[in-house]
Design a protein around this ligand. Sequence first.
Ligand code: GLY
Ligand code: MN
Ligand code: MN
Length: 457
Amino acid sequence: MWPESIPQAALAERRARLAKKFGGPALFMSGLARPRNYAANRFPFRAESHFLYFVGRPLEGAALVVRPDGSLLYAEPPDPEEALWTGPQPTLEELSRELGLEVRPMAELRLDEPTATLPSADVETAFVQSELVGRDIIAASGPELDGIDRALADAVIELRLIHDAAALVEMRAAAAVTERAHRAGMRATRPGLREAAVVAAMDAEIVAAGCVHAYLPIVTREGEVLHDERHHRTLVTGDLLLADVGAETPGGWASDVTRTWPVNGKYSGSQRALYEVVLAAQRAAIAAVRPAARYRDVHRIAGKELLAGLVALGLFKGDVEELYARGAAALFFPHGIGHLLGLDVHDMEDLGDRAGYAPGRERSRNFGDRYLRLDRDLAAGMVVTIEPGYYRIPYLLERPEEVGELEASLDRKVLAELADVRGIRIEDDVLVTATGAEVLTASIPKTPDDVEAAVRG
Ligand code: GLY
Ligand code: MN
Ligand code: MN
């Protein structure tokens, strides 16, 4: 599968909806590739997501101006000499036909009236952007936005929160490629290989499908290190391998999936028991996803289900509600249940919590909820991840100041019996539908039996 371009009509509709929601002109820059060491040797170019949302193509060094009376794209005309190195580039007329947009040379871009814009991740682009709009937006981040920029951010968030049909086509394509990558990773795994060999097998599927990674892959035998991006260790029989890998389509749309599988193709008794606990928590959370459900409640449902499983295994003693209130779930599951997903793997996190938190809501200070990236009432068309985990994290479990009074409820003997589990996470991408939820990544092996079968090939 090689994903198709996003249809012109869908992009025109997005621009028209923005123009209706937000009256004044709005500027979106696509950004520039960054040098790795010297100017001609660059990191792969990734256009800014807000630009991609409205233009659909990763044009470098381009700018889109959306006005109520229509949109204009500004781009660099092709340099004939550059064709020697990069092949013939489309003329602005050809680009205009391809995009269904009027296209003018970048040098003609003038903003004669107050124009809203959103911060760019790239400093050089942000500098150009500041010059164009006549104010300093380099230091601004989502929470600091003011005036027309804040109004634009809110209009864009309103649009991007609820995915249209074209976005869902892309996200389903990303999910399909991600399925192939995870199956390939499971099949390739065996004791004696390095983690990097499994990354390579997953990478091959992603690259062959015309996609890239949506984020740096986490493929690790040290699953308790939440964002472990190194892949140098050798896999040993008895290990679990945690793989958090998602494809991104050429149009920029992401998937984000984690599976945790046994390196030798068979979970031990303790691994299977804890896997079932995490899976039950994930299923309970997914069952709670529906329009009007508050995402923070989905997070709490997962935490309590996890805790109920840990109590059943004897790891904790006591009443689940009471243990939850004392922060017991966060000792083994310190992160949030998930986040928004779209063009960004943490969608619109460039705008801080403005996208993830509904107006009037802010992050909790308590340990269990502090890392929750999303607290909105869900609505049909949103896509969220659901990703509970169990992690045996020395930083938390070996420091009395972290364990606190929970020590009395924790059975260290049972913890020692479960020592062959360092980290388990199960993550899927979930679309909120009119009546409930659809798991976009449901065909990726997930039950212990299915995972074992996929690892054994
Ligand atoms: N892959 C990053 C995350 O799961 O949030
Ligand atoms: Mn995620
Ligand atoms: Mn992930």
